[in-house]
Design a protein around this ligand. Structure first.
Ligand code: EPZ
Length: 420
């Protein structure tokens, strides 16, 4: 497993382009199962989660060819309806083949996702939504088996204890586009990735309105055709880079970053004393002083994204004062805390909250990442810390960040990958 060697880095300067959004690409790749015609997806990030989803599609008989950041998908050789455990267990997002397989082939077998380091990841809203449309759901040997004689539009309520569900909304949308009649999804997720999926489905001939709001309306079609679609930029990668530049100081432009996808983060960074301007198709961040402590509460979009909670906690670790983090989406998503503590951070946990008391500086240490966003947090911390930090668990970073070490190094960060 590779590791990253991180040294104390000064201010960052320059411009980098953000890659396509992993969390938009994954459900959109699954949605290709809804047609038998070829699809071209552009702006695809070269991350391992996309490779895993491509492998799942190939196991279903779909032809998938990658050309740089383009995917050429030909679903016309579809042969199976089972997403195997060894692939689903490494990536929860594989769950979103359920809806399209059910809609197009009236049958789907997908392993129940295994445990997850960031806390329980239930699937009750997925199953409730698909059942509402007329699916029969059974659990057999750890697999979800969904069958139907035909899906029928209805009103589906998708509110969970933590609010809306991104992938459950995606699954129900992808089932509803081929159901008979009208489906109304109440308490739908509003994330930009859900909007991007809706726009892709519309490009395939689906009739979807209300996407981006909590009520999505879908009028079922008899079939969908192929399409070409460009994936939206990755707001979480962009946010991670903005936070890194804020924490290290400097003047950085993130090309492709969209202010309308990052409103909560931009507001929080400005509260901390960071300058952020929207320029033509980019976001420019400037920071030249020690930042003030901020408070962060994670919420469904447009609230502060849970995926940026770990990265911003690294910045908070050296801010002036005391900041409080309240994690409302995944109450156990604090695996990065003990690792940050090893670097000298003063963080105390209280259930689903963490209190971060800013210190003057962190000190480098060998640390290990447990998940994708914890890895990003430790990269930022390692670049801020005195001396050297060795980060293990880089395979987590590669799941959702395309060559982030190259992007940060191009801005002046002292970071290199060591193959082990
Ligand atoms: C998506 O996961 C993202 N993954 C996650 O990003 C992200 O953290 C999450 O949305 C929240 O924004 C992808 O898009 C591939 P949820 P998803 O269903 O859809 C509860 C990353 O780092 N819930 O929106 O699986 C759940 O427990 C990943 O890129 C139910 O109760 O998340 C959580 O508290 C991590 N029942 C809340 O909803 C269900 O059936 C939101 O989860 C489903 C979810």
């Amino acid at each position: 497993m590779d590791k990253l060697i991180l040294h104390h880095s000064g201010a960052l300067h320059g411009a980098v382009r953000v890659s396509g959004a992993k969390n938009a690409a994954l459900p959109i790749m699954a949605a290709c199962l809804l047609t038998e015609e070829p699809v071209v997806l552009e702006g695809i990030p070269r991350v391992t989660d996309v490779v895993t989803m491509a492998d799942i599609l190939r196991r279903l008989g779909v032809r998938v060819d990658q050309d740089e950041t383009r995917l050429l998908i030909d679903p016309n050789h579809y042969t199976g309806s089972s997403a195997p455990y060894e692939l689903v267990s490494v990536m929860r997002a594989s769950l979103c083949v359920l809806g399209p397989l059910l809609a197009r082939h009236h049958r789907a077998r997908v392993s129940l996702p295994g445990g997850c380091i960031i806390g329980p990841r239930p699937v009750d809203l997925h199953l409730k939504g698909l059942s509402s449309l007329g699916a029969t759901i059974a659990i057999d040997h750890g697999d979800i088996i969904a069958t139907t004689a035909g899906l029928y539009g209805t009103t589906v309520h998708l509110a969970g204890a933590s609010g809306s569900s991104v992938l459950a909304t995606a699954n129900v949308m992808m089932a509803a586009v081929l159901a008979q009649g009208r489906t109304i999804i109440e308490h739908a997720a509003c994330e930009p990735e859900v909007v991007d999926l809706a726009n892709f489905l519309i490009a395939m001939g689906a009739r979807v309105t209300g996407h981006g709001s909590a009520v999505i309306q879908i009028d079922g079609a008899s079939e969908l055709h192929g399409a070409t679609h460009r994936i939206i930029p990755d707001r979480i990668e962009a946010g991670t880079l903005l936070i890194a530049a804020a924490a290290l100081g400097g003047d950085v432009t993130i090309i492709g970053a969209r202010a309308d996808h990052l409103g909560a983060l931009i507001e929080t960074l400005r509260e901390a004393g960071v300058g952020i301007e929207q320029e033509e198709g980019s976001l420019r961040v400037r920071s030249d002083r020690r930042l003030k402590a901020v408070d962060v509460t994670t919420l469904p979009f447009p609230g502060f994204p849970t995926d940026l909670q770990a990265p911003i906690m690294a910045m908070m670790a050296v801010s002036q004062g005391l900041g409080v983090v309240i994690e409302k989406i995944y109450p156990e998503r604090f695996m990065h805390v003990p690792e940050l503590r090893r670097m000298g951070a003063q963080i105390s946990r209280e259930g689903s909250s963490a209190i971060v008391r800013g210190v003057d500086r962190l000190s480098g240490a060998p640390v290990t990442a447990s998940d994708l966003r914890a890895a990003a947090s430790l990269v930022i911390a390692g670049l801020m810390a005195e001396n050297t930090t060795e980060l293990r668990g880089v395979e987590h970073l590669d799941r959702g960040y395309e060559h982030i070490e190259d992007k940060l190094a191009s801005l002046g960060a002292s970071i290199q990958r060591e193959a082990s």
